[in-house]
Design a binder for this molecule. Structure first.
Ligand code: PLP
Length: 361
C-alpha cells in the first residue's frame, strides 16, 4: 500500500508502532483469550492498563501528586460545561481569553450554565484571530478562574508561555497541543484535552485538575461532578476501555521516543520547515502572525479559493490527505501532531513547490 500522509486536524494520525501493537494484541490481550474491548472494566487487567496510563502521563507531563488525573468521556466540549459547573462557584464569574472558534464555543457553553457571568477579558477578533491578543494580569477581573485555549486548532495560533494572573487559577484547553510542547502543569488549576489528536482514539477526554479545586466543587449529578469522578477513579460508570488502552500505548511510545521535550523539538523542526517554505513562497502564505504561530496546526492559503481547491486535489492525488482548511478559515491546514513524520512535511513541500512553479505569475 502506498504511504498516505494524514494531515487531518482530528481524529488524527496515530503512531504506526502503536497501531501495530494494537493489531497484535487485538484478539487476545495478555493471553487472556479476550480482546481488550471485551475485558471487564472491573478486572485487574483493566486496572493495570489505567494505572500504567496514568503513571506514564504523570511522568510525561511532570504532573505533581496534588493533581488528579481523570479519563472521561464527552470530549473537550463537555468540559466547556463541567468546568463552569464545578469551578465557577464562589463569585460565579469566569474570565475568558477569546482566541477564536473553540474559545468562543467554551464561552457559549459557559453562558448556558445557570447564574454564571462570563467576561471576555481580551480578544483576537480585531486581527481575525490571526494573532493572539495581548494579555496582562490587569485585565483579570474578579472571577473564579480564567479560561485559555492554549492551541487554536482552526486559526493556527498557540501560547508558548502561559500568562500569569494574580490569584485566580487558569483553566486550559490543551486539546490540540497536549504532549506536543512543554507546559508547566503547576501554571494551571486544570488542563483538559480531547484525546483524538495527540493522545489516541476519540471517545476519551483527559482532565488534570488540582485536588483543592476538586475538593471545593459542589454536589452535582455524578457524571458532571469532578469530585464524584475522582472518588471513583474515573470508573463511576463503564469507562472507554479501548480508548484508554490505546492512550496508554501512546504514552509508552512517547516515553520511548524521549518524552515531551523530544516531541517539542521534532514539532519545532517540522513546523519550521513548513513555515520557512510558506514565508518564501510566492503562491502560498501563512495568515498567522509569526509570534503567534502554532507548532501543530498550520493554516495556509493562496488567496484564491479556486487555486486552493486545485492544490487540495493535487495533494490528494499525491496521497497527502486531510489538508482542506476548516470551513471557517478556508484554504488549507496542515496538522503536524506528534505522530506525524517529517517525511510527510518534506513531501508536502515538494508538491507545493511543483504547484508553485506551475502557478507563479
Ligand atoms: N477545543 C479545541 C482546541 C479543539 O481543537 C477541539 C476539537 O477539535 C475541541 C475543543 C472540541 O473537542 P471534542 O470534539 O473532543 O469535544
Amino acid at each position: 500500500m502506498a504511504i498516505v500522509y494524514n494531515f487531518s486536524a482530528g481524529p488524527a494520525v496515530m503512531p504506526k508502532e502503536v497501531l501495530e501493537k494494537v493489531q497484535r494484541e487485538l484478539l487476545s490481550y495478555k493471553n487472556s483469550g479476550m480482546s481488550v474491548m471485551e475485558i471487564s472494566h472491573r478486572s485487574s487487567l483493566f486496572a493495570d492498563i489505567q494505572k500504567n496510563a496514568e503513571g506514564n502521563l504523570r511522568k510525561l507531563m511532570n504532573i505533581p501528586d496534588e493533581y488528579d488525573v481523570l479519563f472521561l468521556q464527552g470530549g473537550a466540549t463537555l468540559q466547556f460545561t463541567m468546568a463552569p459547573m464545578n469551578l465557577a462557584i464562589n463569585k460565579k464569574k469566569i474570565d475568558f481569553v477569546d482566541t477564536g472558534h473553540w474559545a468562543q464555543r467554551a464561552i457559549e457553553e459557559a453562558r448556558l450554565v445557570d447564574g454564571i457571568e462570563v467576561t471576555q477579558i481580551t480578544s483576537g477578533a480585531d486581527s481575525k484571530y490571526t494573532s493572539l491578543p495581548e494579555i496582562d494580569d490587569s485585565l483579570q477581573e474578579d472571577a473564579d478562574y480564567v479560561h485559555i485555549t492554549l492551541n487554536n486548532t482552526i486559526e493556527g495560533t498557540a501560547f508558548k508561555i502561559v500568562p500569569t494572573f494574580k490569584e485566580v487559577p487558569i483553566i486550559g484547553d490543551m486539546s490540540s497541543n497536549i504532549l506536543g510542547q512543554r507546559y508547566n502543569v503547576t501554571d494551571f488549576g486544570m488542563i483538559y484535552a480531547g484525546a483524538q489528536k495527540n493522545i489516541g482514539p476519540a471517545g476519551l477526554t483527559v482532565v488534570i485538575i488540582r485536588h483543592d479545586l476538586v475538593e471545593k466543587s459542589p454536589d452535582l449529578p455524578a457524571m458532571l461532578s469532578y469530585k464524584k469522578l475522582v472518588a471513583k477513579n474515573s470508573t463511576l460508570n463503564t469507562p472507554p476501555v479501548f480508548a484508554i488502552y490505546c492512550a496508554g500505548l501512546v504514552f509508552e511510545w512517547l516515553l520511548a521516543q524521549g518524552g515531551v521535550d523530544e516531541m517539542e523539538k521534532r514539532n519545532r523542526k517540522k513546523s519550521k520547515l513548513l513555515y520557512d517554505y510558506l514565508d518564501s513562497s510566492s503562491v502560498f502564505q501563512s495568515p498567522v502572525a509569526i509570534e503567534s504561530r502554532s507548532l501543530t496546526n498550520i493554516p495556509f492559503v493562496t488567496g484564491n479559493a479556486e487555486l486552493d481547491k486545485q492544490f487540495i486535489a493535487l495533494a490528494n492525488d499525491n496521497n497527502l490527505v486531510g489538508l482542506k482548511g476548516h470551513r471557517l478559515v478556508g484554504g488549507m491546514r496542515a496538522s503536524l501532531y506528534n505522530a506525524f513524520p517529517i517525511e510527510g512535511v518534506e513531501k508536502l513541500i515538494t508538491v507545493m513547490e511543483k504547484f508553485e512553479l506551475e502557478h507563479k505569475e
